[in-house]
Design a protein around this ligand. Structure first.
Ligand SMILES: [Fe+2]
Length: 406
């Protein structure tokens, strides 16, 4: 077995037979293209003339498909990311240390610490498209106002006391709340309490980085006194937060949901009702013992953000989900309960706050078990976000449940 290194893609090729016939180490020194002739199935016979042809390709910056097809057009998605788990207790511990050492202010903007998938070269990317970070704000601190094209949300696994101020609308953040914020909205945060608070941020930063669409602007250095008030409900909730009721006078043409907070009491009740209906013999769950809801834009019923999907799943104690593969990637956070998660060839016991990634086309299954984490619902609650809207818009979405295409 030989490894074939192609510098154009930084890719290791595995050649399963024969040998590397020639290795022109000199190549074409000014070219980033490096081609090696190999004797292998599907490859042309290695001859001095072929070597000469490859040197010509290198000089003219050309790469033939026949040496690349296995990497460029595999039989199924082969993610560059790998399954990985981050423990919440350790993340919070390190974030608290950062709270003591790293100020929040203009320039750095946020005390946000991102998950770096171990197979993505140390970049702050949880998956090739998704950013997930723990953000930590000390008592009395403000994170300054800015805006960017990246779509974002916050999800709170514990604590309260921080207000996110989106478009000068102060929005309370409490355990279980999901707070989306579409790109290009001004936003800041402030901690109005005497205790630090941590939460997770999810954004499409790696996607926009890859497709080179980012814009960013600084806002005011200080938010106004009117934005430091801490109303029970934000203006967006008062206007848009009524089930099935759309204000007749209010239009919105901006991308993403105008509702800035999806409160845990509603999410919890929706999940509990699904499982209760199932126990009464009615439909509504994804599969036995598996309730799920998707956070949606009240004006369209579509995903809350153009590039991000967010959902909450509840797995009843003792239930196990069927293995599912999907194109695109996801990040999960355990909101409550304990269980066992299997992603591809990795299996972990998980408890409250733990985060894990599911790369494209890696099978995921979850079992809900009694464990170290207390659970208010007696089940395993999982918050999930993914890049599904991008794949669906491009008609590249595909799902396979237990080996059956659908
Ligand atoms: Fe931001």
């Amino acid at each position: 077995m030989y490894l074939f290194f192609c510098r154009t893609r930084r890719t290791l090729w595995t050649v399963t037979q024969s040998s590397i016939a020639h290795d022109n180490a000199a190549g074409s020194p000014d070219s980033p293209v490096r081609l090696r002739a190999v004797s292998a199935e599907g490859q042309p016979d290695v001859t001095p003339a072929l070597e000469e042809l490859y040197r010509g390709f290198e000089q003219e910056l050309l790469v033939p498909l026949w040496t690349e097809i296995g990497d460029l057009m595999p039989a199924h998605p082969r993610s560059r990311a790998v399954p990985h788990l981050w423990r919440w207790d350790r993340l919070r511990e390190l974030a608290a240390e950062a709270g003591d050492l790293v100020p929040v202010g203009r320039g750095g903007e946020r005390r946000a610490i991102a998950l770096a998938n171990p197979a993505l070269g140390g970049r702050p990317f949880a998956t090739p498209t998704l950013w997930a970070a723990i953000q930590y704000l000390m008592p009395g601190e403000d994170a300054p106002e800015h805006r960017h094209t990246q779509h974002a949300f916050r999800f709170v696994v514990e604590g309260e006391g921080v207000w996110t101020v989106v478009g000068r609308d102060p929005v309370a953040m409490r355990r279980g709340d999901f707070l989306p914020q579409a790109g290009w909205n001004w936003h800041a945060h402030h901690n109005a309490t005497a205790a630090p608070m941590a939460w997770i941020d999810g954004l499409d930063i790696p996607f926009q980085y890859a497709v080179e669409t980012q814009f960013f602007e600084f806002g005011r250095d200080e938010i106004g006194d009117a934005e430091r008030i801490t109303p029970e409900r934000s203006r967006s909730e008062r206007l848009w937060g009524h089930p099935g009721l759309t204000p007749v006078a209010a239009g919105t043409s901006a991308p993403g949901t105008p509702l800035l907070a999806y409160r845990w009491e509603h999410t919890d009740r929706a999940l509990a009702d699904q499982l209760a209906l199932e126990s009464e013999g009615y439909g509504g769950t994804v599969e036995p013992g598996h309730a799920a809801v998707r956070f949606t834009d009240p004006t369209t019923g579509a995903d809350v953000l153009p590039t991000l999907r967010a959902e909450m799943h509840r797995i009843a104690r003792g239930a196990e989900t069927a293995p599912v593969r999907e194109t695109g990637s996801s990040v999960y956070q355990v909101f409550d309960g304990s269980g066992t998660v299997t992603v591809g060839d990795r299996t972990w016991s998980v408890t409250r706050g733990d985060l894990f990634v599911v790369p494209s086309w890696q099978p995921l299954s979850v079992r809900s078990e009694a464990g170290a984490t207390d659970s208010d619902s007696g089940a395993l609650d999982l918050f999930r976000f993914s890049d599904a809207p991008v794949f669906e818009a491009l008609r590249l979405d595909r799902t396979q449940v237990e080996g059956t295409p659908r």
